[in-house]
Write a protein that binds this ligand. Structure first.
Ligand SMILES: C[S@@+](CC[C@H](N)C(=O)[O-])C[C@H]1O[C@@H](n2cnc3c(N)ncnc32)[C@H](O)[C@@H]1O
Length: 201
C-alpha cells in the first residue's frame, strides 16, 4: 500500500498523531526533498526521491516513472509512506506521481492522509480570522469551489451547474464514526451542519 501523507507546513510537531504513527510503522518513508526529510526526522529516517523543480515534462515524467518503481518495490508487499508538505490534496507534488502509480501499478492500493495545510495554518500565524468568502489561488484560472455551511446540497448543485460547475462531491461528518460521502448522483436534499461540498468546472 502507498499512503501519501501530509506532514504539515514546517514544524515536526504539526504532523498529526495519525501521521506520526504512520511514519513510525511504515516499511519505508519517502519524501520529495530535504525540507520534508527534516520535518519527518524526529519520527523516521526518510529517503529523498527526485522531484525535479522544472517545467520540462520529459524530465518530470522520467523522474516519476523512477519514483513509482522505487515506491512499488516497497508498496507491493508492505506500507510505503510518501510524506509531502502541507496537505497532500492541495497544490501538492504527489499528484503526477499518483497518476503514474495508478497507470503502472493499478494493483497497489493507495490512500491519502490529510495534513495541516499552509492554506489554513497561515491564518493562525498572522492572527487573522477568515469569516467570509475567500479565494485561494496559485494564480491559475479558478475552477474549484469549496463550500462550508451548505444546507441544501441538491439545490446548490443545480445552482452551481448553471454557473458552469460539472463535478461535485459532499462529505458529511468527515473522519467521525458516522461519516458519509456523496457523489453528485447521491446528493441529498439536506445535510448535517458539519458538511463540506466540493465543486469543479
Ligand atoms: C506547491 S504548494 C504546496 C502547498 C501544500 N500542499 C500545503 O497544503 O500547504 C507550495 C506553496 O505553499 C505555500 N506554503 C507551503 N508551506 C508554507 C510555509 N511553511 N510557509 C509559507 N508558505 C507555505 C507557499 O505559498 C508555497 O509557494
Amino acid at each position: 500500500m502507498l499512503v501519501v501523507l501530509g506532514i504539515g507546513p514546517g514544524d515536526s510537531g504539526l504532523i498529526t498523531v495519525r501521521g506520526a504513527e504512520l511514519l513510525r510503522n511504515a516499511d519505508k518513508v519517502f519524501v520529495p526533498g530535504n525540507l520534508a526529510k527534516k520535518i519527518v526526522s524526529p519520527y523516521v529516517e526518510a529517503e529523498v526521491l527526485n522531484f525535479p523543480m522544472t517545467d520540462d515534462t520529459e524530465r518530470i515524467n522520467q523522474a516519476m516513472e523512477m519514483n513509482c518503481a522505487t515506491i512499488a518495490e516497497v508498496a507491493r508487499s508492505g506500507t510505503a509512506v510518501l510524506g509531502v508538505l502541507g496537505d497532500p490534496a492541495f497544490y501538492s507534488t504527489y499528484a503526477r506521481l499518483w497518476t503514474v502509480m495508478s497507470e503502472r501499478y493499478p494493483d497497489i492500493e493507495r490512500r491519502l492522509e490529510p495534513g495541516v495545510s499552509s492554506i489554513t495554518a497561515f491564518a493562525s500565524r498572522l492572527g487573522v480570522a477568515v469569516r467570509s468568502g475567500v479565494l485561494v489561488t496559485d494564480g491559475s484560472e479558478q475552477e474549484c469551489l469549496v463550500l462550508l455551511k451548505v444546507k441544501r446540497p441538491r439545490e446548490k448543485v443545480d445552482d452551481l451547474r448553471s454557473q458552469g460547475y460539472k463535478e461535485f462531491g459532499l462529505v458529511e461528518r468527515m473522519y467521525m464514526d458516522d461519516e458519509r460521502t456523496y457523489t453528485e448522483a447521491e446528493m441529498p436534499e439536506s445535510c448535517d451542519y458539519m458538511s463540506v461540498m466540493f465543486a469543479r468546472k
